[in-house]
Ligand binder design. Sequence first.
Ligand code: NAD
Length: 320
Amino acid sequence: MAENRCVLVTGGAGFIGSHLVDTLLDRGFRVTVLDNLNTGVRTNVNPGADFIEGDVRKTDDVTRAFNSKPDVVCHLAGQASIRLAWSDPAADLAVNVEGTLNILAACRRKRTPRLLYASSMMIYGDPKTLPTPETAPALPVAHYGVTKFAAERYVALAAEDPEHPMAVTSFRMFNVYGPRQALDNPYQGVLAIFLGHALRGETITIHSDGEQSRDFVFVDDICRAWVDAIDTPATFGRVFNLGSGRATTVNQLCDAVLRQFGLDRSTFEVNTAPAQMGDIRTSEAAIEAVAEILAWRAEVDLEQGMAATVAWARGAGSKQ
Ligand SMILES: NC(=O)c1ccc[n+]([C@@H]2O[C@H](COP(=O)([O-])OP(=O)(O)OC[C@H]3O[C@@H](n4cnc5c(N)ncnc54)[C@H](O)[C@@H]3O)[C@@H](O)[C@H]2O)c1
């Protein structure tokens, strides 16, 4: 039961965070958002939430956000681009690791009892086991994976502080997609990048041979898992994969995006280019743990989710 409890959502103006805010409000929580609008958009934020423009790297901004006395923190603010982490690893480190440490320090000061963290499948690097379980080794092959894993471990260790025990859960999310994902950001979200190009009639570029796979999961499914976990003690101290459990190659994705527009490769230009630094070859979530503990599985399949995303995209970013 939400019982008027307050949730602080960092990164709540972003793609996943803004949907999470909507779900939390629907379930009766009060919500405060902390976001510096780096990639987030103010109009993404549900008017039912309090909005604080601020940076997780700045202690004063974090303190202002914690004045809302959150009962729960959902920490999603982050540098989410694998590409930008390659070109500026120090900036990636500052936001993803130092920012997380600032949030954890504030939780400690304010005795916040519950925190959920947005980790990533990128911590596995190129996994030897597919589908990949949470017990697989963390061997990130991209800077972004290193910082997401470091932050995930800081979160786990913060929970063990005997002076301030905190219930934490981290979700290693796979490729999340859906409405409000930026269609014009070339640095993050392969599905949204392809969609944006198809919409604008611009050539789609596939890096590598296109046979690399990803596990796409619709944003509504993701939010359901986060909110269900808040009051589920069996998730405390745990890390869970959140994916569909199905691998889709980038070639299949490209063809599926084109189909949404009644196009195919004979009517739309698709180029290839070399693989990019930090790209992984295969990705597919093992989801038994989250199925068992949260009775969760992805309910929206790729065709359905893509149709909903295209409908949103055709409305030129209209609010969902
Ligand atoms: N999209 C995915 O497939 C995926 C997968 C795994 C993990 N994640 C993680 O989930 C989180 C949300 O990702 P997203 O896809 O919604 O990306 P996003 O870029 O839309 O959201 C990130 C949000 O954080 C905000 N932000 C960035 N730096 C900040 C700072 N210094 N202070 C305050 N706010 C800041 C941005 O403005 C944005 O609103 C990120 O932590 C990302 O690493 C995303």
